[in-house]
Write a protein of this length. Structure first.
Length: 354
DNA sequence: TATCCGTGGAT
DNA sequence: TATCCAAGGAT
């Protein structure tokens, strides 16, 4: 039985590598700031989704220094829609740590990177390898899949990740650690895909034990996960006569932490529609939307009934929230579910999109 | 180790 | 429609 040769992967990579905005051309020196920014954005997020955010972020915050000095609101707004908002908070904290702790330059080793906010085992290895040429094993979902198929690893993820890391590290070419990491990810993204892998085009088709057994689809082994129960609630779109909408800021941690929202009642599997207006921010002529806004989070689905009202002089308790002109909604860090809610509420009031 | 944390696209 | 899942990290 022949063992997989890293050189075969590198030959394939030199011919088939994807051109991506955060990648340099062969021979160019990568900018650690761009490498780091792209790696954070790409966590659990598709390349296609990241591309426009990466460009906009870079235009708005060209350097780690500028990002560190930016207000938190500006960072959250630039991230709005991309999801996993703790990444944005940690991104900001990390930029500030790089400035204060490391003089504005990213540390060059996996161990030092690992100590920064939002940088874990994968990202520290990826940045160390890609930006600084350190021999490190950047094990992400792609690498888990490639290695568990290549060696037909039976330990289910995430426990099996340790062996994947050992196998990967043992194969890193000393002269091209960054390219090897990116080659593995390209292979996983384009050839060794979750379903219907294109084994005929794979540089490692011969030594791959899963392919030899015809069981590519059975790897990586994974433990079954359970879904959460449906939660329901009420959301309140209140428009003042000067076309300003009542918003508030969510608590800094937890679900949608630090993001903006319209007032809502509790989101609960025991939500009672008959008492929904108990949670309204003010007395008004509330009109319910015909259909609910549905949204699916990682661990539970959500249905929000939208109540909308226009009033000239809303009696809002102090501290309830703030009024933002509808024309400035783009500057608010609104998660996708809240953009759906606001669109629905405006439709109820016949205000449409403007 | 298990759970929490978004979103949009593919099948 | 239902399910999976994509360059994970924090707790």
């Amino acid at each position: 039985m022949q063992r997989p040769d890293p050189a075969d992967l590198m030959i394939w990579y030199d011919r088939q590598r994807r051109a991506l905005p955060w990648r340099t051309l062969p021979g160019e020196q990568p900018d650690p700031y761009r490498v780091w920014l792209s790696e954070i954005m790409l966590q659990q997020t598709t390349v296609q989704a990241v591309k426009p955010y990466f460009a906009a972020f870079l235009a708005r915050f060209p350097t780690v220094q500028s990002l560190a000095e930016a207000p938190a609101d500006a960072v959250m707004s630039a991230w709005a829609g991309l999801g996993y908002y703790s990444r944005a908070r940690n991104l900001h904290a990390c930029a500030q740590a790089v400035v204060t702790r490391h003089g504005g330059r990213f540390p060059a080793t996996e161990a030092e990177l690992r100590d920064l906010p939002g940088i874990g085992a994968y990202t520290s290895a990826a940045v160390a390898a890609i930006a600084f040429g350190e021999v490190a094993a950047a094990v992400d979902g792609n690498v888990e899949r490639v290695m568990s198929r290549l060696f037909r690893l039976e330990t289910p993820m995430p426990a099996g990740r340790a062996e994947v890391a050992r196998r990967t590290l043992a194969m890193v070419p000393a002269d091209r650690p960054g390219d090897f990491a990116q080659a593995l990810m390209d292979l996983g993204a384009t050839i060794c895909t979750p379903r219907k892998p294109a084994c005929a085009l794979c540089p490692w088709r011969a030594p791959c034990l899963a392919r030899q057994a015809g069981e590519q689809d059975a790897y990586p082994r994974k433990l079954a996960k359970k879904g959460g129960a449906l939660r329901r609630g009420a959301a309140f779109v209140l428009i003042r006569n000067d076309d300003a909408i009542l918003l508030r800021t969510r608590p800094p941690k937890g679900l949608l932490g630090g993001m903006a929202e319209v007032p809502t009642g509790l989101w609960s599997d025991r939500h009672d529609p008959l008492r929904a207006l108990d949670d309204a921010p003010t007395n008004a002529a509330w009109t319910a939307s015909n259909s609910v806004v549905r949204h699916v989070f990682t661990h539970f689905p959500l249905e929000l009934t939208v109540y909308a009202a226009r009033t000239a002089d809303p009696a809002i308790a102090p501290g309830t929230g703030r009024f933002t002109p509808l024309g400035q909604l783009a500057d608010e860090p609104l998660p996708t579910v809240m953009r759906k809610v606001i669109a629905t509420g405006l439709a109820v009031l016949g205000l449409g999109r403007g």
